[in-house]
Structure formats: C-alpha cells, structure tokens
Design a binder for this molecule. Structure first.
Ligand SMILES: NC(=O)c1ccc[n+]([C@@H]2O[C@H](COP(=O)([O-])OP(=O)(O)OC[C@H]3O[C@@H](n4cnc5c(N)ncnc54)[C@H](OP(=O)(O)O)[C@@H]3O)[C@@H](O)[C@H]2O)c1
Length: 254
C-alpha cells in the first residue's frame, strides 16, 4: 500500500467484470485497498462486489464521456479521493484480411482509445488539483510494434503508449504520475478465442500480482512476462523491414 492517509487508499479499476481487471480488483482488495470496480456487465460486477468486502461496483460504459465524469464524481464522493486509477477496459477484435472491416477499427478506437480518453478527461484535472494520484493505462506488448491480426488492436495500444508517455511529461509538474502497463499473453475470455499458440501465457491472477507489485513500487512501465516483453522490445530495435519479415515469417500460417 502506498498511501500514507489514515483511510485505506482508493483505487478505481475499469474493465473489472472479467479477466485482468477482476483479478486485479481482488488482488488490491486483499492488499487493503478500497476498490471501485467499473464495467458494463452489472451482474458480473455485482457478484464480484458481493464476494469481496472492499470491492464496490460502479457500473458504466467507458465510451460514455459524460457518464464517466459522473461516475468518477460518485466514486470520489462515496469512497474518498481516487488515489490510483487503472484504465484497463479494452477489447481485442482481430482483423481478417483481405476483407477489410472498418467497423473493427471504429469499435477498437472507440473503446480502447476513446474510452481511455473519456476516463482521463475528468481524472487529470481532479488529480492535478490535489497534486496527487497515479493513473495506470493498460496497453499491451502488441503496442510495441505491428503483429499479425493486430492492425486495429495494436494501433490502439501503440497510441496508448504515445498518449501515456506524453501525458506523463505534461502532468508531472502537477504531482500526477502515469504508469504504462504492457501485458504479454494472459489467459482471459479475450484470449480464450485465440487459436494460435500464445507463448509465455500466464494466468490473470499472476498478471494481477505483477501489476499490483509494479503499482506499489511506483513503476512507470510495468511489462510482463519479463522474457517475452524483453524479446519483443529487442526485436523492435531491428530495422523495420527486418522486423516485419521476421515476425511475419515466424507467425505465417502458410
Ligand atoms: N489478455 C491478454 O492477453 C492481454 C494482453 C495485453 C493487454 N491486455 C489488455 O488488458 C485489458 C483487459 O483485458 P482482458 O484480457 O482481461 O479481457 P476481458 O476479460 O475481455 O476483459 C475486458 C474488460 O473490459 C470491459 N469493457 C469492455 N468494453 C467496455 C466498455 N465500453 N466500458 C466499460 N468496460 C468495458 C469488459 O467488461 P464489460 O463487457 O462488462 O463492459 C471487461 O471487464 C484490455 O485492455 C486488454 O487489451 C490483455
């Protein structure tokens, strides 16, 4: 726990109804945090909140900008100042070419990128006024460079890296900290649909522990599993033509 306040620190987690967000809610609640859990699925959120005392359900859709502002106000009022926000809500929609479904791009941009911006819009001024707070943005190792079937998803995750890193420089003087989270493969409903091999895959509980540890250490970049993340960052240093040939060849279905 990082806060020195008498009250337990308050963390807001979006995308908390399943996968990494649900596991992180349980992990942080077990570490003594008061957790505000957000997602659209009210019934899943209700079950999560019923099963753990410190978790409180605040249902909402991150693509609803006005709704996010109201929700943040309600959390702040009912649970106390938000010390940490984990902007984790996201969708993975693989692309399937040569058919080009622009709707996959629209939806991915709206949830992964627009949804994050809708949460940041009320959070940044709120935390800046208090000169305190940490915002963690869940990107992905898919944001480091292009990957097959990831033209829409990867574009949003790369954009989140740029957004988060730029924001970190701008808000540092207001006492607000930004952490970027880049998981490798994590076993969740989102990856259960994948038919290809997922190297170094870990459980959502393991991912949650690694994120919680990184947040408590105040890390700016939380990426795991270490070997997979390091490998991807390393091959991303290659000349771009070599990178695309290497990754395309290694993952080719032909
Ligand atoms: N699993 C992986 O291997 C992996 C790897 C790298 C990064 N990530 C990232 O980790 C995050 C969590 O993914 P996951 O694997 O845990 O997937 P998941 O189990 O499918 O969880 C996604 C969560 O996002 C919520 N969500 C989706 N759209 C939303 C919206 N419009 N408003 C509010 N909540 C919304 C979902 O809840 P509702 O449907 O109830 O709204 C759900 O709780 C995502 O950002 C994903 O890109 C995952």
């Amino acid at each position: 726990m990082t806060s020195e306040a008498t009250n337990p620190p308050c963390v807001w987690i979006t995308g908390a109804s399943s996968g990494i967000g649900a596991a992180l809610s349980r992990e942080l609640a077990a570490r003594g945090y008061v957790v505000a859990a957000t997602a659209r699925n009210e019934s899943a959120l209700g079950k999560l909140a019923e099963s753990v005392t410190n978790i409180h359900a605040f249902a909402g859709d991150t693509t609803d900008r006005a709704g996010m502002a109201t929700l943040i106000e309600a959390i702040d009022c009912e649970l106390g100042p938000i010390d940490i926000a984990v902007l984790n809500a996201g969708i993975y929609l693989p692309t399937n070419f040569p058919e080009f479904d622009a709707a996959i791009f629209d939806r991915s941009f709206a949830v992964n990128l627009g949804g994050t911006v809708n949460c940041l819009a009320p959070l940044v001024p709120l935390m800046s006024a208090r000169r305190a707070g940490r915002i963690a943005i869940v990107s992905s190792v898919a944001g480091y460079g292009g990957l097959p079937t990831s033209a829409a998803y990867g574009a949003t995750k790369a954009a989140l890296f740029n957004l988060g890193e730029s924001l970190a420089m701008d808000v540092a003087e207001y006492g607000v900290k930004i952490s970027m989270i880049a998981p490798g493969f994590v076993k969740t409903p989102a990856t259960d649909v994948n038919t290809f091999p997922m190297p170094f895959i870990i459980s959502a509980e393991d991912a949650a522990r690694r994120i919680a540890n990184g947040l408590e250490k105040g890390q700016a970049h939380i990426s795991f599993p270490k070997r997979f993340s390091f490998l991807l960052r390393l091959i991303n240093l290659l000349p771009r033509g070599v990178y695309t040939r290497l990754v395309g060849g290694a993952t080719s279905r032909n």
